[in-house]
Design a protein around this ligand. Structure first.
Ligand code: ZN
Length: 135
C-alpha cells in the first residue's frame, strides 16, 4: 500500500432513481450487485456493483436536504466522487492537511461499507470530489 492514496476503490455516481440505475448497471451493462444499504441519517440509499476490478457506488438522495439530492438538482445525475483506498486514514488526513489540503469532514466517519472515510474539499482537488477510505 502506498504512503498516501492507494488504488481507486470505487466511483460514486449520483442517480435520481436507484432501482432504474441498478437495472441499467446490472442487466444492461453486466455489473454484479454486491451490496445495498439505506442510510436514513444521511438521507441516502446506496448500491455497490462490480465488474472486473472496478466498483461503482450508486447514490440516491432520499430527503430534500441530502447532499446527493442537492447535487442532482444542481448538476444532474452523473459522476459524484472518486474514492481511493488508504491504509491509515488519520495519518493520511493529517499529512494532507499539513500540505494545505482542505477536507469536508473534520474527522473520518463510517461510510456505507462500514469503513472510515473522509471527503476532500473539491477546491483542493481541481474541482473533483475525492473520498479516501481506510481499507
Ligand atoms: Zn464513496
Amino acid at each position: 500500500m502506498p504512503d498516501r492514496l492507494g488504488k481507486l476503490g470505487h466511483i460514486g455516481i449520483a442517480v435520481d432513481n436507484l432501482e432504474e440505475a441498478k437495472l441499467l448497471y446490472s442487466k444492461v451493462l453486466g455489473f454484479t450487485l454486491t451490496a445495498e444499504k439505506e442510510m436514513p441519517e444521511r438521507g441516502l440509499k446506496v448500491a455497490f456493483l462490480e465488474t472486473g476490478n472496478t466498483k461503482i457506488e450508486l447514490l440516491e438522495g432520499t430527503t430534500p436536504g441530502s447532499a446527493i439530492t442537492k447535487f442532482v438538482e444542481k448538476r444532474g445525475t452523473g459522476i459524484h466522487h472518486l474514492s481511493f483506498e488508504v491504509s491509515d486514514i488519520k495519518r493520511v488526513m493529517g499529512e494532507l492537511k499539513e500540505e494545505g489540503v482542505r477536507f469536508l469532514d473534520k474527522e473520518p466517519r463510517t461510510g456505507a461499507e462500514g469503513h472510515l472515510t473522509a471527503f476532500l474539499h473539491p477546491k483542493s482537488a481541481m474541482g473533483v470530489l475525492l473520498e479516501i477510505e481506510e481499507e
